[in-house]
Write a protein that binds this ligand. Structure first.
Ligand code: HEC
Ligand code: HEC
Length: 438
């Protein structure tokens, strides 16, 4: 071997050793937990009828929809004119049906299914998160905040003559007018829905001294009509699973229903069905698709964490000690329930379901109910161990980056993140191991 080559190889080797040492001393997200999905089944105490309702709900949840609604009112069809994907389960898929964004983005295939002629916006990538797009402002400068559909049914063989155009996402992006949301997981949401306000209020008031020392406040989003706490969505903007399901059917898929009876994007030549496309009608045996989706979500079991070990247990103690658990509350409990075995359930969402100011770094500029431009609901961390994408816009797949993004001017989490950064690399690592066990 020639001398210079040997020298170069030695240098490369030394460099590699240094890199490995540096990586050892830096905490690293171990990545999504392998093995079977710890979620996706029904709540274990349910009776036979309830289990059957769950199974029917899942069957509707995974159904891919086309444009013609046959028979009318059944919800078998009704896609478009605008849509973001063509089944609930395409977006809510990881690590099992009802979950969050899968590894391969189904929006790519949905964009051209059955001959549709959509351009894929730059923020939709084959291995990126499922995203919906919201505009901050309307063309006239007023606040918008609504979802703008990525795709249209134009060109589909089951939508002859429709030529609805997609919004000009490139222009809106250039104008800094587009923000994103990724799907939240739906496991165990019957427990969340049945958690009474007094439990949430007491939980938010608890540990008030530690919270105020660390600059943590928090408040609830509430329903404009009955004044009770609303809990669903990244800004806790929606009151119930029923409302969310009805809205998702129309907003994500363009399917009108009893909850949201009017078409969005109405233009001549693109309306193929009478409304509502899904209903408690005779055609659907009395149960609507929206009811079925609610059954699937409400009757589902929460995610099962992996068995603990020394490092995850130590990680959980540190998670409490630095103050993560002041927002990501470990335990909540439900009210009496009409569902078998779902009364007074003590469960572990790792969220207070309250809104917190998260600073300029996470702010999306949208106002939804009481939630202001930089306020978000504490993201529930149950099931995070098997998730692929994090934060409301899916900006990272790395838990460490998700944690660091909590710190920026105006964030209630700043002092907690300072505490986190003062931990040794191996202690930070234990927190990451704990999160990946959830
Ligand atoms: C194109 C992808 C997509 C499809 C299709 C979709 N969703 Fe979602 N889902 C989302 C996104 C994005 C969010 C977060 C929305 C937000 O908070 O702004 C979400 C949130 C939810 C939530 C709130 C859960 C929580 O805890 O906050 C529910 C409930 C829900 N979806 C139900 C459904 C149902 C039922 C369907 C089928 C009718 C459906 N979704 C179809 C993307 C999708
Ligand atoms: C002040 C309240 C608060 C504190 C303290 C806090 N978080 Fe969060 N956390 C949030 C909110 C709100 C979000 C959602 C932010 C967003 O998506 O923009 C979030 C999101 C997350 C996510 C991403 C979850 C998802 O669904 O994408 C992880 C992981 C996380 N937090 C871990 C931690 C850890 C670990 C700590 C402690 C070092 C911590 N958080 C401290 C409020 C808090």
């Amino acid at each position: 071997m020639q001398a210079p080559r040997l020298y170069v190889s030695l240098l490369v080797l030394a460099g590699a050793i240094q890199l490995i040492q540096a990586q050892r001393s830096q905490p690293q997200d171990p990545g999504p937990r392998k093995g079977p999905a710890g979620a996706g089944g029904f709540y274990p105490t349910l009776n036979t009828n309830e289990r059957a309702a769950f199974a029917n709900g899942i069957a509707q949840f995974v159904q891919k929809e086309g444009v013609p609604d046959t028979p009318p009112g059944s919800g078998n069809g009704g896609l478009g004119p605008g849509f973001n994907s063509d089944s609930c389960s395409s977006c809510h898929a990881q690590p099992a049906t009802l979950g969050s964004s899968p590894a391969n983005n189904p929006q790519i295939a949905a964009a051209s299914a059955m001959g549709a002629i959509n351009t894929i916006p730059s923020f939709i990538q084959p291995h990126g998160p499922v995203r919906e797009a919201r505009f901050v402002r309307k063309a006239d400068g007023r606040a918008d905040g609504g979802v703008h559909n990525l795709f249209t049914i134009a060109g589909r063989t089951d939508a002859p003559g429709c030529n609805l155009q997609q919004p000009d996402f490139a222009a809106e992006l250039a104008a800094h007018n587009v923000v994103f949301r990724i799907p939240t997981p739906l496991f165990g949401l019957g427990l969340v829905e049945n958690t009474p306000d007094y439990v949430l209020i007491a939980n938010l008031r608890a540990k008030s001294d530690r919270k105020s020392d660390l600059g943590i406040e928090g408040r609830f989003n509430t329903s404009g009509n009955d004044g009770t706490i609303s809990k669903f969505g990244w800004k806790a903007q929606n009151k119930s699973l029923n409302i969310f399901a009805g809205e998702a059917y129309n907003v994500e898929m363009g399917i009108t229903n009893d909850m949201m009876p009017n078409e969005r994007n109405v233009i001549m030549g693109c309306i193929f069905n009478a409304t509502p496309e899904d209903s408690h009608s005779a055609a659907s045996n009395g149960i609507s698709d929206v009811d079925a989706f609610v059954d699937a979500m409400r009757l589902s079991a929460p995610p099962t964490p992996a068995p603990g070990n020394a490092s995850t247990e130590s990680g959980q103690k540190l998670f409490n000690r630095v103050g993560c658990a002041l927002c990501h509350s470990e335990t909540l409990s439900t009210s009496p329930s009409t569902l078998t075995g779902m009364s007074f359930v003590v469960y572990h969402p790792f969220s207070d379901l309250a809104l917190h100011h998260m600073g300029v770094g996470l702010a999306d500029g949208l106002i939804q109910g009481a939630a202001g431009p930089d306020e978000f609901r504490t993201a529930p961390l149950w099931g995070v161990g098997q998730r692929l994408f994090f934060l409301h816009d899916g900006r990272t797949s790395n838990l460490l980056e998700a944690i660091r993004a909590h710190a920026s001017a105006g964030s209630e989490a700043n002092r907690v993140i300072d505490n986190f950064k003062e931990l040794s690399p191996s202690q930070q690592q234990e927190i990451l191991e704990f999160l990946r066990s959830l």
